[in-house]
Design a binder for this molecule. Sequence first.
Ligand code: CA2
Length: 147
Amino acid sequence: MTRILIINGPNLNLLGKRQPEVYGHTTLSDIETMCQEKVANSDVSLTFFQSNHEGAIIDTIHAAMENGTDGIIINAGAYTHTSVAIMDAVASVSLPTIELHLSNIHAREEFRHTSYLARVAVGQICGFGAYGYICAIDALRHHVTKT
Ligand code: CA2
């Protein structure tokens, strides 16, 4: 079994509920359902975590080191562009980590082009909306199992 932790950062709890013109109508709960359906009856298990708080995200990354997690998918929201602390947490746990974004951060404002996480991630998936979560699960499973 490949155990994947999917972390969503600040404001992503509002997905589908505010600014649908920017982020669409799909809620975070819809995304979780879609992902759980994708891995049902497979060799992948998923744990979802969302927080608006940097420290809570860091604590969850640290806990992943101890609880049998095989890899992390993280959409750190705006913390992607600001948080050396989350970058350090990912580096410290040595678990393969994929950086994920709904939008193409490189096509947006200049400040979103910087990602601290990119320095410590296996790779980055961005611009595919909710489908990016499915891509990230496939990519991380392949990275971990090489199958
Ligand atoms: O494209 C992404 O997934 C982002 O991580 C989303 C972040 C943004 O700061 C990053 O640059 C790119 C913002 C998430 C905010 O989500 C909202 C959802 C609904 C209403 C308002 C905000």
